[in-house]
Design a protein around this ligand. Structure first.
Ligand code: GRF
Length: 203
């Protein structure tokens, strides 16, 4: 499956995908990595593995739509068919989503629908939950909202630093995101309203 990965930061989730592809356990190929932050370490990670990496600074565009159109153009030119958001901190317009219907995935570091937004781990820690986790979902027009593909849970320890919880969550992100992308690559995901069915693998 030819994919594009969108990042804004460190790109450890991008790295987990690259590692699975290089070890032959993820049937996808990253055609392009795009960051809206020109200094994102994720771009360096891509270049280190010979993957085309492009900075498109959203502040250079007059509107969300104009920025999204530039991304769509770059993604389509790369040959990618699906889009994987990996720590990409911009909301996508329908202009973008309509270009890749049913083919945009996101990972969020909380058990949705709890704690959407930019600080899922911190919000969960401050709330005092005993179970935290992460969610891979299809992307729709609302932030951290589309149909859930897979979730994983970790214990949350009362009074611990947010960073410790976030690190425990991130480890699980690195397991469930490649799994979800592999299911997409195998064409095993079927969306029925909010419900995502996992079809059996063909042999
Ligand atoms: C992850 O926690 C992801 O869930 C999120 O932002 C973080 C990105 O980490 N929304 P990285 O850039 O993949 O290391």
């Amino acid at each position: 499956l030819p994919i594009a990965v969108l990042v804004s930061g460190g790109g450890s989730n991008l790295q987990s995908l690259i590692d699975r592809m290089e070890s032959g356990t993820l049937d996808a190929e990253i055609k392009i990595v795009i960051s809206n932050k020109p200094d994102a370490h994720g771009l360096t990670r891509a270049r280190n593995h010979g993957i085309p990496a492009l900075a498109l600074d959203h502040t250079d565009y007059p509107s969300r739509e104009a920025f999204d159109r530039a991304m769509v153009r770059a993604i389509q030119e790369s040959g990618a068919q699906s889009v994987v958001l990996a720590g990409f901190m911009r909301i996508l317009t329908s202009e973008f989503l309509n270009a890749f219907p049913g083919n945009v995935l996101n990972i969020h570091p909380a058990l949705l629908p709890s704690f959407p937004g930019a600080h899922g781990q911190r919000d969960a820690a401050e709330y005092g939950v005993r179970i935290a986790g992460c969610t891979v979902h299809f992307v729709d027009e609302k932030m951290d909202h589309g149909p859930v593909i897979i979730q994983a849970a970790v214990p949350a320890v009362p009074g611990e630093e947010t960073d410790a919880l976030a690190a425990r969550i991130l480890k699980l992100e690195h397991r469930i995101y490649p799994q979800a992308v592999q299911w997409l690559a195998q064409d095993r995901l079927r969306m029925d309203g909010r419900h995502v069915q996992l079809r059996p693998a063909h042999s």
